[in-house]
Design a protein around this ligand. Structure first.
Ligand SMILES: [Zn+2]
Length: 210
């Protein structure tokens, strides 16, 4: 995790220097607080809005002012400007903030439908996992475990990155999304790198040959 700083020309950014103009701005939020704030906000939006009586619609949207109040009760130093700084500088596309509504783009365990997501049009998608797990998934398909949706990667590199969190020896499964789509499986575009799906039957999965 990196500090969040502010560039007067390009806005909030993570790290030491603004990537666009190299300006070294003042620290708005240090990395420990970025980590705490991120974990809490994504936790509320993905897993436990009901714990704070936060009303969430079927597409995962909650009221931003309400969320800000919950966050600043938890962390006295937090406020809505810092939450915005965290969201706007987030490089992983975790959040979406429009008007006065905010939601997580992926990672939900709460029962959301995400009906307003754009459909992904990738022909191939990737799923990084361990070798042991890969053999199992080739037989039974990929199903959401502890999550509302299966999370697929749009590139092999991203698939490897995901798998590396769990194993040193990643295996990449290739999903024939084109064929699956023809058979009625929906793919939702969470962001540039992540596509969500309900379940991928084994007939659309094979192991990446390297
Ligand atoms: Zn700049």
């Amino acid at each position: 995790m990196e500090d969040i700083r502010f560039c007067p020309e390009h806005g909030y950014y993570r790290g030491v220097k603004c990537e666009i103009c190299n300006f070294k701005g003042e620290v708005i939020l240090d990395k420990e607080k970025v980590e705490k704030l991120g974990r809490f906000v994504s936790g509320v939006l993905r897993h436990f809005p009901q714990k704070f009586n936060l009303e969430m619609d079927e597409n995962g949207w909650v009221d931003f002012e309400e969320l800000s109040k919950i966050v600043s009760r938890k962390y006295r130093w937090a406020n809505k400007w810092l939450i915005k700084a965290m969201i706007y500088s987030d490089k992983k596309g975790r959040y979406e903030l429009i008007d006065n509504k905010i939601r997580a783009r992926y990672g939900h365990s709460v029962d959301v439908k995400l009906r307003d997501y754009e459909l992904a049009d990738n022909d191939l998608l990737y799923y990084g996992t361990s070798e042991e797990e890969a053999h199992r998934l080739l037989e039974i398909g990929i199903k959401p475990v502890n999550q509302r949706f299966v999370h697929l990667s749009t590139t092999i590199e991203k698939g490897i990155e995901v798998a590396m969190l769990r194993t040193d020896d990643p295996i990449i499964l290739v999903i024939d999304a084109k064929k699956a789509r023809e058979k009625g499986i929906k793919f939702l575009k969470a962001n540039e790198f992540i596509v969500l799906s309900e379940e991928i039957p084994p007939e659309f999965i094979k192991m990446l040959e390297v």
